[in-house]
Design a protein. Structure first.
Lengths: 226, 226
DNA sequence: CTGACGGGTGAGCAAGCGCTCACTCAGCCT
DNA sequence: AGGCTGAGTGAGCGCTTGCTCACCCGTCAG
């Protein structure tokens, strides 16, 4: 076990966050629908789905309450849209983080943790809704969300298994450990506060270090230039 | 960094879970109030505070809707009671886990993680309410919850700092790492499913191992007999 | 026995909710 | 210019909700 303190793993060079971390999950929506969804996300995150009124969403979007129904058939459909786009963003992020040139699993996993954590912190409002309101989703929307989550988890688990097979990682139960790793990253959305003392990037770096330790990897491997 | 796979840390002897892990947070309430609170916890956990009706709570408790108000002044007061008792239980658990005879910090922290995780899994319904409904609490109840959470976190952080000072742990920022450790344990309540393949104890053992790695401890230390 | 008290009820209130509907209006196309 | 379409509105509906209130009943102490 390394005796080096777990300071945030410093990268060989300063790099901008990858574009996908900053991408807005709702950017492609038409203007009014986007205002509705953004207003809904704020209200859902602050008050929960059920305590959010259609009047509140409409006001935030600059519409009358009836205007909401021009674009969405129901309040629940708005939540379904938020959930689907949020989960798709998360899956795309993880997929992109893990793809590309051949690199050690340790490097890839450090990168995916950084990106995932950064996204959860920066988009903590959206992520909070995506994580916390599964039970409020209509059945079809919920099934879609569960599927997307499983696919995201499977990508990470596959990389953990590759790392184990290559002798880079020391993990006895890749499934359980992957779940713990993702749990750690996801929970950032619950506690993260923009007024806190650390930036999303600092938290992401620390988490990359912690996760590599969880995986039994040599943390120095995670600092290799990408 | 150890190359041993992170299997669940096996203890030198099989021990029953400490009594505090199994203690019911609501055991000391009068009969009817206890039925109300238990019914409320089930409904709040499944549907959220706002989507839970007083009629639902009353029905679960075997009362008429008006009967609820004989014991609690409002629906929100029921939530306040759940939150306070749940947080007090968590604090007591951590406090008891960390107290007693002199032992290495590594051993203590492994124990507190085991107990905390076991409690969150076994009482995942209560824990889910306690963790997820902070924003639904009335201001005074919320302030009380925040205080209890800080005290719980402070206990664990103090032990991490002791471990660092004694050279048992390799942690650069005890505060941030403690928060990550507690985050990992708390999130169990969100994903834990009694129908899953692992028991609370198995999850707790795995988590003790993972946390000791996060802390940069030699995992063999965590298996010392308590 | 009687009155007080605690626990509980049925009925119903005021407020608010998600949603509908008839209608308006601006922009675009022929 | 006229017609059509899509976006949006004000008004209001039926229903639900948290809660109140007058009343009931069983128990217990004096």
């Amino acid at each position: 076990m390394s005796t080096a303190p777990p300071h945030a793993v410093r990268r060989a060079s300063t790099r901008a966050a990858p574009p996908q971390v900053d991408e807005d999950a709702f950017a492609d929506l038409p203007d009014t629908a986007r205002r509705i969804v953004r207003g809904a996300v704020e209200a859902f995150a602050a008050r929960g789905f059920h305590a959010t009124t259609t009047r509140d969403i409409a006001r935030r979007a600059g519409l009358s309450p009836a205007g909401l129904y021009v674009h969405y058939p129901s309040k629940a459909a708005v939540l379904g849209q938020v959930s689907r786009l949020g989960h798709e963003r998360a899956l795309a992020l993880v997929s992109e983080s893990l793809s590309g040139e051949q690199r050690p699993s340790v490097t890839r996993l450090a990168a995916v943790v950084r990106d995932f954590v950064t996204w959860h912190a920066r988009h903590h409002t959206t992520a909070r809704v995506v994580q916390n309101e599964l039970d409020a989703l209509a059945p079809l929307d919920r099934a879609a969300a569960v599927d997307l989550r499983r696919r995201t988890e499977a990508l990470v688990e596959a990389e953990v298994r590759r790392g184990v097979a290559r002798g880079e990682l020391a993990v006895a139960d890749p499934h359980a450990v992957t779940r713990a790793v993702l749990s750690l990253c996801i929970d950032v959305a619950r506690w993260y506060d923009p007024a806190g003392r650390e930036s999303p990037t600092e938290i992401a770096d620390l988490y990359a270090t912690l996760v590599l330790r969880m995986l039994g990897a040599d943390p120095a491997r995670g600092t290799e230039t990408r």
